[in-house]
Design a protein around this ligand. Structure first.
Ligand code: NAD
Length: 452
């Protein structure tokens, strides 16, 4: 049993039972039976079931969003977007069961075709920062490709994922096909890795745990998709719309209180516009509305937990090079004011993922220096490039080692475009048109045509 705490009030919301290994083994057995029936069902039937699930999510957006506000401290506008995004992901991939086409390949002596066979039982291990959306990026395309799915939400934020499990049943998905198993990483997550009937793990979380998941999966040559940490750069060139770059920069890093793997947490500014950028950036940071996540005008809520608040605080010790800070409520709640640091290039606030509302700003000299700085990290998830020069935008987009870049904006995630990381930010891609294929094995079958 674990108590869940509202991070904006520090009040206990409710308790949740944590499952043990036996319960995981029972769930895998039920999932294996359900998967065989699901894969055998007509593609149109599977498509229809996913559309019904999407409709059920759509009619519970308010309830799901309110749960996320209370459990995770997400601001209400974001939480509603997240629930709507789950619906959209379901709708998008409801087209897949009828479109997993395979190939017919010209060969001598017969006909050669490929089948996209489901893997079987797939497990999704989710983090606490975007509980619903990140779980959906794994479980929806996996279901669409004919698999059964087990999801383990993070210990501290299971409520919306558990509700999605109930909605799936209410929408008519077969018993056992999609199960949400709250529990500890060291118990439920580890059992997913060691259980021989779990054929793939989709893991989103820290690079440290991701490495352990990958090492454990190697023992069974188990498939993995890994979505890990980030330390993304927001590169501001002197030829950009500086007003717009400065006005939007806070939202590129402080959204979800900086608890975003795509947070542009290193702002790199060309030296000849650095002072002007900082002049424009200061009021933008101070203007971020931090407070009650249930209030419509709020732009940033609290950090998710007390231990996480302590971790983030450690990056802003006494004497830290604070350029300026926004404001945050006092009193109960894990509040942290948006904070801008101007440290040395080697400081740990520049090199480590903070996962909170703390951003560093560094000057750079020229394009080559900007690229070198942007790539001077083991991570490669996201990033932004601000320039009005199209050739420069193209050159820098190619040179930055990162899976998701945006030019003159801070956009990272759309359900219809691929998402994932270079280097230690991950392995494989989620979302986009190909995601269901990542939950299949390609089987090649040759049919010999005999002589008459
Ligand atoms: P975490 O690694 O601590 O936990 C993630 C999940 O793994 C949780 O469900 C946890 O219970 C489980 N887990 C822990 N130990 C395990 C083990 N030994 N075996 C199996 N599972 C285990 O990460 P977190 O603190 O919940 O999330 C924050 C991290 O996630 C950040 O580093 C962030 O960058 C990353 N993240 C990445 C993406 C992405 O798409 N690349 C998205 C969101 C978050």
């Amino acid at each position: 049993m674990t108590p869940l705490i509202n991070p904006a009030t520090e009040e206990v919301l409710r308790t949740v039972d944590l499952l043990e290994v036996d319960a995981v083994d029972d769930a895998v057995a039920r999932a294996a039976i359900a998967q065989k029936r699901w894969a055998a069902a007509a593609p149109s039937e599977r498509a229809g079931a996913l559309r019904s699930f999407a409709a059920a999510v759509d009619s519970h957006i308010g309830e799901l969003a309110a749960l996320e506000v209370a459990n995770s401290g997400h601001v209400i506008g974001n939480a509603e977007w997240e629930a709507g995004h789950v619906r959209d992901v379901l709708t998008y991939y409801s087209a897949s069961p009828e479109r997993l086409l395979g190939q017919q390949i010209p060969v001598a002596g017969g006909i050669d075709v490929t089948f996209n066979e489901p893997l079987g039982v797939v497990a999704v291990i989710a983090p606490w920062n975007f509980p619903m959306t990140i779980a959906a990026w794994g479980f929806v395309p996996a279901l669409a490709a004919g698999n059964a799915v087990l999801v383990k939400p993070a210990e501290i934020t299971p409520l919306t994922t558990m509700r999605l499990g109930e909605l799936a049943l209410e929408a008519g998905l077969p018993e056992g096909l999609f199960q949400v198993l709250p529990g500890k990483g060291s118990v439920v997550g580890e059992r997913f890795i060691t259980h021989p009937d779990v054929r793939k793990i989709v893991f989103t979380g820290s690079t440290e745990v991701g490495m352990r998941v990958m090492a454990g999966a190697a023992a069974q040559v188990k498939r993995v998709t890994l979505e890990l940490g980030g330390k993304s750069a927001n590169i501001v060139f002197d030829d950009c719309d500086l007003e717009k770059a400065a006005a939007t920069a806070p939202y590129g890093v402080f959204d979800n209180a900086g608890q975003d793997c795509c947070a542009r947490s290193r702002i790199l500014v060309q030296r000849n516009v650095y002072d002007r950028f900082m002049e424009l950036f200061e009021p933008a940071v101070k203007g971020v509305v931090v407070g009650d996540p249930a209030a419509r005008e709020t732009e940033m809520g609290p950090l998710v937990s007390k231990p996480h608040w302590e971790t983030v605080s450690s990056y802003v010790p006494d004497g830290a090079p604070i350029a300026f800070q926004g404001s945050a409520p006092s009193g109960p709640g894990y509040w942290f004011a948006p904070t801008v640091l101007t440290p040395a290039r080697t400081d740990r606030s520049v090199t480590e993922e903070i996962f909170g509302p703390v951003v560093t700003v560094l000057p750079f000299e020229d394009e080559a220096d900007a690229i070198e700085l942007a790539n001077d990290t083991p991570y490669g998830l996201s990033g932004s490039i601000w320039t009005e020069n199209l050739s420069r935008a193209m050159r820098v987009s190619h040179a930055v080692e990162s899976g998701n870049l945006s030019v003159n904006s801070h956009s990272s995630v759309r359900y219809n475009t691929p998402f994932g990381g270079f280097k230690q930010s991950g392995l494989g891609r989620e979302l986009g048109p190909d995601a269901p294929l990542h939950f299949t094995e390609t089987k090649n079958v040759f049919f010999a045509i005999g002589e008459k």
